[in-house]
Design a protein around this ligand. Structure first.
Ligand code: SF4
Ligand code: SF4
Length: 374
């Protein structure tokens, strides 16, 4: 049987709340049987990415609140969560400034791996990762709703449900352990330090400014990393405008590792206990973990809902293969090609590889039925 992916289009045909995206999403949630996934009185993580300082194109609090209200109506007890992406205390401040607070959402905002980012459980993963540590508030949860702001990603190509599960569900720094069992491992599978090409470096210091751990310095104009404190997040390499920093990974190995991470997270739940909601809104070229935002590369496309992470991301990429690149965006000069989505063309890598690897690993199915519900 095909996986169902529900689709709410972004258009408003009349001047009424009910005809707009927010109203249609609320209406959908009211008619949708969330209790098929979440049992009465359960404490339920609503997993999302809370952004970064300057990364303001995340999911608007109004939409998150609708999901909180829907979970509460079961009745169950939602909390909004992510694992730490920048140091935990700072991340909570970022969340508050983005409008994600108990007061605005109606549910507590909690760091899934604690304020220090080391509250996690080690579980078995695939052949590349071996073992990974899952953020405890996700590991211990009986059910979950995964809200994903769809965007591009220089390494994963698509920042969709699979990436949200994997990079956000796997903790950064397991207690009494090294980054080797955290999410940094996905970036560092064929080596454990970055390589720096001095001849390419222009000393722009973008890498230093973007490092969440402030562990890059340039003594005598030489890129130097405090390896003991480095999270292996790879951001320094991603932002380097001249590719002077190389992370020891290939696209193929990264995609496989990313999917293994997602599978390890999903395997801590019973079957059909996670619901995924992708917001194809304000789709910027890069991840919300970067300390900035860039104009969207395509017009808003709406909201997708499914209980299959592969189906929802496959549907997302299919929609993104039919969009028109927006003028004045980073994708403005891209010519769309049959079978290619805008993020794969922008990042010059095959985003569908995520889907293929995920399907092979049994994370879900790319064979879906799109059900238009608004
Ligand atoms: S990988 Fe780069 S950006 Fe990330 S923590 Fe290490 S030095 Fe900083
Ligand atoms: S971002 Fe690249 S070019 Fe700029 S200082 Fe760092 S290594 Fe050098």
């Amino acid at each position: 049987m095909k996986a169902k992916v529900y689709f709410i289009n972004p258009h408003s045909r009349t001047f009424s709340y009910e005809s707009g995206l927010e109203g249609k999403f609320e209406n959908f949630l009211k008619g949708f049987d969330l209790s098929a996934y979440i049992a009465r009185d359960e404490v339920v993580p609503i997993k999302m990415h809370l952004g970064n300082r300057g990364a303001f194109r995340t999911i608007r609090p109004q939409f998150v609140k609708l999901v909180v209200d829907a979970v509460k109506s079961i009745p169950a007890q939602p909390f909004v969560t992510d694992s730490v992406r920048v140091p935990g205390y700072e991340y909570l401040e970022i969340a508050k400034n983005a409008g994600y607070t108990h007061l605005t959402l109606g549910a507590p905002v909690v760091l899934a791996d604690g304020i220090y980012g080391n509250d996690s459980f080690k579980v078995k993963a695939g052949e590349l990762l071996g073992e990974v540590s899952i953020a405890s508030a996700i590991h211990d949860a009986p059910s979950m709703v995964v809200l994903t702001h769809v965007k591009g990603h220089i390494q994963a190509v698509l920042g969709g449900a699979i990436k949200n599960l994997s990079m956000g569900g796997v903790s950064f720094a397991p207690r009494n352990d090294t980054w080797q069992h955290g999410r940094g491992r996905m970036h560092f599978l064929i080596g454990d330090i970055m390589e720096w090409d001095e001849s390419k470096c222009t000393l722009c210091y973008d890498c230093m400014n973007v490092c969440p751990m402030e562990c890059i310095t340039f003594p005598d104009d030489k890129y130097t990393v405090d390896n003991a404190n480095c999270w292996r997040c790879g951001r320094c390499a991603r932002v380097c405008p001249v590719e002077a920093i190389a992370v020891p990974i290939t696209h193929e190995i990264f995609m496989k590792a990313l999917v293994e991470g997602a599978k390890a997270v999903v395997d801590t739940f019973e079957k059909r206990r996670i619901l995924y909601i992708n917001f194809l809104l304000e789709m910027q070229p890069e991840c919300d973990c970067m300390p900035m935002a860039d104009p969207p590369v395509a017009q808003d496309q709406g909201i997708l809902i499914s209980d299959d992470p592969v189906a929802i991301d496959a549907a997302t990429l299919d929609i993104l293969s039919r969009v028109t690149p927006l003028p004045d965006s980073r994708a403005a000069d891209i010519t769309m090609k049959d079978g290619w989505d805008i993020f794969s063309l922008l990042h010059k890598k095959d985003g569908k590889l995520q889907i293929k690897e995920a399907e092979q690993l049994g994370l879900g199915s790319s064979d879906y039925e799109l059900v238009k519900v608004g």
